[in-house]
Design a protein around this ligand. Structure first.
Ligand code: BGC
Length: 271
């Protein structure tokens, strides 16, 4: 099947020679794209990262997994994650391999404060973290489990604070959070709260490893509002000294990508 983008490209090239100078200008814009080294790709299929990352605007990527599962574009650093207890069996052999091929960070459990995700209480998580992740602190910098922005006593940053109390000997360097919500203002205030928690516990920086408007969590939904949201929050994240890295949800068709190229939000993300 011929995609809309292919039709459009064919149409542009066929109708006028004006298409060429335009394409040329576009290439220059790509080269000068801003890179702060913070921007990442959260992906399931490694081949999609090429569309987002081949212009140098992405410096790292993760796939909620221990291994990259395919080739990432050159210059894009893979970050392994120990998602949760379902991975414990293969963890030690996989992580040794990934570390020996150059990984320099390890991400902790995915949303332990959600029953449908890694589902662990803070002390259980601290016990598992100590066993499975802390032993690698000499080889990589260690990232906390990534919590949601849930506001209850035992979720979100409250879960995180209890975990950090329990895991004071875990050799952590980075705090990780996720955010889904309604507005750029709400996002900024949550990220600021997270960076304060990181500071209080002596961690070096905060990573926002999933975020999006709540209305944009399924494919092809609310792309225009997402682009507007990203236009505001990406330069802001880049300017926050406490934020080390971020990855929007997510690098896939219908989100940051559309028909093999960047979607309207993908363009805003990699401005
Ligand atoms: C899940 C991951 C999954 C990702 C993207 C996350 O919520 O925990 O396992 O790969 O969503 O679909």
């Amino acid at each position: 099947m011929v995609s809309f983008t292919q039709l459009l490209t064919a149409g542009l090239l066929a109708t006028s020679a004006m298409a060429l100078p335009h394409a040329h200008k576009h290439t220059h814009k790509h080269v000068s794209k801003r890179t702060t080294g913070k921007r990442g790709a959260a992906y399931n299929d490694a081949s999609t990262v090429q569309s987002l990352g081949n212009n140098g605007s992405i410096s790292w990527a993760y796939d909620w997994n221990m291994v990259a599962d395919g080739d990432l574009p050159s210059g894009v650093e893979f970050v392994p994650m120990l998602w949760g207890s379902k991975m414990f069996g293969e963890w030690f052999s996989s992580i040794e391999t990934v570390l020996s091929s150059g990984a320099s960070y390890i991400m902790g459990f995915n949303e332990p404060d959600m029953s449908s995700q890694a589902n662990m209480g803070p002390s259980e998580a601290a016990k598992h973290y100590t066993k499975y992740i802390s032993p690698f602190s000499g080889k990589a910098k260690l990232v906390t489990p990534a919590v949601t922005n849930g506001g209850g006593d035992s979720v979100g940053l409250n879960w995180m604070a209890s975990f950090l109390d329990e895991c004071s000997d875990c050799k952590l360097s980075v705090l990780a959070v996720h955010w889904y919500g309604e507005s750029a203002d709400e996002f900024k205030s949550f990220v600021q709260k997270a960076t304060k928690v990181a500071e209080e516990y002596g961690l070096e920086e905060t990573w926002v490893t999933e975020f999006a408007l709540s209305t944009a969590t399924t494919a092809n939904s609310d792309m225009e509002s997402s682009a507007e949201f990203l236009n505001e929050v990406i330069p802001w994240l880049d300017s926050q000294s406490g934020v080390g890295r971020y990855a929007y949800f997510m690098c896939a068709d219908g989100y940051l990508l559309e028909g093999g190229g960047l979607s309207v939000s993908g363009k805003a993300y990699t401005y």
